[in-house]
Design a protein around this ligand. Sequence first.
Ligand SMILES: [Zn+2]
Length: 344
Amino acid sequence: MIDQKLAEALKDRARTGDQTALRSPELKSLFDQLKTLPAEERAAFGQSVNELRQELQSLLAGARDKQEQLPPIDTTAPFDANTPFDARPRLLDSGQGSVHPLMTELAQILDIFYRMGFTAVESREIDDDFNMFGSLNFPEGHPARDDYDTFMTVQKDKQNRPFIAPAHTSTMQNRVLKRLKPNLEKGEPIAAVIPGRVFRNEDLDARHEHTFYQLEGVYVDKGVNVGHLIAALKTFLQEYYGKELEVRTNPFYFPFTEPSFEFMLSCPFCDKKGCQICSQAGWIELLGCGMIHPKVLHAAGIDTNEYTGFAWGGGIDRLVMMKYGVEDVRYFHSARLDFLRQFA
Ligand SMILES: [Zn+2]
């Protein structure tokens, strides 16, 4: 008789898909044992060894089928933060992953602008002093530079200046204006939106993150004025929030626009009655905007006697927070799965 304990141990190994069960010394020892047995026992013992081997083969085949049915492993998936402290970390299987809410919303935002005739250009996550400041009418040593405190690299560019983690997507204005300038010659406007990640050296709180997403917009053509700016932003916001909204502008200062405005939106949650989202003000300050400064157009080689344009830049995180009533901007990058799963 075959040792039942040994047979069960081999079957257990085969069930887990362990291929070595078939070539194990234990199984070999059973075949060796066969040779030493008296002739009258040999047939029965041989039959049970063969049966065991066949059973191991079918268990291995079963284990292989089962493995093939498992979802593929997503090696980029995080460990489940809800795993108890004293347990082995559970890896989330790919079936539980989902697109990040900011990316889902960004796709919707871009879709609205595509329909309004804008094209999209992606921003960069590292840039130089010229694109961050120089091309945007921030002279050397200008105090307005201090409002954009961000991170810099130790490595220097050709002018011996550090590279910069952009503090705004306006770093792309000069490139986009230059790249799309041929549109003007064809009698078409420059109309582009530029989404990207931006970085600030901030004290973090519910409204401030060191890393967030911005959406820049530029529009240049003959006869463009502030009315076009307000209409374009209002149209976008009403489409995004799916309701009629009131907007208003307050004078502001940016070196790269003149005149410059803070763009305010009637609170979509309380219809100006005052609520937690708008800090009881009824209005929400949403983004900065203005008519592109002639020096910025000049820097891109655009004739300011013929053309004018508007630009704006605002936080995408902020738009999404307002849409869903998210109270803390830090949730977006916190890998808090209970938060992210609400959007899945
Ligand atoms: Zn409100």
